[in-house]
Design a protein around this ligand. Structure first.
Ligand SMILES: C[S@@+](CC[C@H](N)C(=O)[O-])C[C@H]1O[C@@H](n2cnc3c(N)ncnc32)[C@H](O)[C@@H]1O
Length: 352
């Protein structure tokens, strides 16, 4: 698919983030005009020509996934829709198909977690049956990850009877995940959703936490993130005035410093390789706290994973300032992304 098209691009995000994405990419700031929009799904148009497999798609830390829109399909019955889509796009040079559904709620609401749509899984199987019967060896999936440079065609379930078809070339890890969601397997005894957030943060950032690594978490109660770290075999210290879940506090690899971070001496952070912060405080308070720790002469902190709370969506405008501040502490790879499992917050990661 080497044809040039004028830009018609979709952006998927958490419900509520649409306005911030539109205002940062649309005229007069960016080259786009508003097109169709729904909760968690925004489409924008521009007259600029963009090759459909171009990796140069605009983005924003609140964007979970993006791609070139190829078409919209409405219909109440799946089989004829699938047939129509495969007739129209079967001859294109895509390699894999991702089938996913836009968020139907805020992550964590009533058990909802992004990327676990039964409808997407069902339709993905229907697409596979249709592909097989056409003798097409390519396959659809609602959960399979694909490596860099893969050419992906996407079936985006906007409503059960309204699907969008889009295309994107995978240019980084998260673009290889259907809908930009790293669907972490959820353990039955999960202590809190922070387990999912940290698993996704580690997968996205590429920060490698190995067995035996010393990791400290500020804002560790009740203990979902520590549970994930302990599962990885790390030696974990949690700092929080609140109680930890016994599954964590009774674990031999865990130490609880029952205090606020300000009460801990900065030299006590010397043994740790990674610092995680998930305290429910304002971004500037988080950055002041972490700066004092990592700029102290005895600090050997190699990596940071910080949950940055957003009191309002407008505060996302401050993300570039946050990243710049962390770079000044001597970290070279500093990135921001609203993870699929984040709520009104984003994840900032930094590596030396
Ligand atoms: C969202 S919860 C953390 C969830 C936790 N990471 C988990 O894995 O379950 C926020 C926690 O931050 C703690 N907190 C807030 N300010 C803090 C501070 N200055 N120092 C340490 N903990 C703090 C609160 O007590 C609360 O338990």
């Amino acid at each position: 698919m080497n044809n040039q098209t004028s830009s018609f691009i979709y952006f998927a995000c958490q419900q509520g983030a649409e306005k911030t994405i539109k205002s940062s990419l649309c005229e007069p700031v960016g080259p786009y005009r508003l097109a169709y929009s729904q909760k968690g799904f925004v489409t924008l148009k521009s007259n600029l020509s963009t090759p459909a497999w171009s990796k140069a798609l605009p983005t924003h830390p609140l964007v979970r996934s993006h791609g070139h829109v190829l078409g919209k399909f409405d219909g109440d019955v799946a089989e004829p829709l699938i047939d129509k889509i495969l007739s129209e796009f079967g001859s294109l040079d895509w390699e894999h198909m991702h089938v996913w559904q836009r968020d139907i709620a805020i992550p964590g609401w009533n058990g909802f977690e992004p990327g676990r749509s039964a409808l997407a899984a069902f339709l993905s199987e229907k697409f596979n049956e249709a592909l097989q019967s056409r003798g097409d060896s390519r396959r659809a999936s609602s959960e399979k990850q694909h490596p860099e440079d893969s050419r992906i065609i996407e079936i985006i379930i906007d409503e059960p009877n309204r699907w969008w078809v889009a295309a994107h070339m995978v240019s980084n890890r998260e673009e290889g995940w259907p809908g930009g969601v790293y669907a972490v397997p959820i353990p039955e005894d999960m202590i809190s959703r922070a387990y999912l957030k940290l698993a996704e943060a580690i997968a996205w950032s590429g920060i490698e936490v190995r067995a035996g690594d010393r990791v400290v978490e500020i804002g560790s109660s009740p203990g979902g993130a520590c549970q994930y770290l302990l599962d990885l075999g790390a030696k974990v210290t949690g700092i929080d005035p609140a109680e930890m879940d016994p599954m964590v506090s009774d674990h031999p690899g865990f130490t609880h410093w029952r205090a606020r971070s300000i009460q801990v001496k900065r030299k006590d952070f010397a043994p740790f390789r990674f610092l995680i912060c998930d305290a429910n405080v304002a971004p500037n308070y988080t950055l002041d706290t972490i700066e004092a720790i990592v700029t102290y002469p005895t600090s050997k902190m190699e990596g940071l994973i910080l949950t940055m709370k957003l009191a309002s969506w407008d505060q996302a405008d401050r993300i570039p300032d946050h990243l710049e501040r962390v770079r000044k502490w001597g970290f070279s790879k500093v990135e921001a992304r609203q993870l699929a499992h984040n709520r009104k917050e984003y994840c900032l990661t930094a590596l030396r």
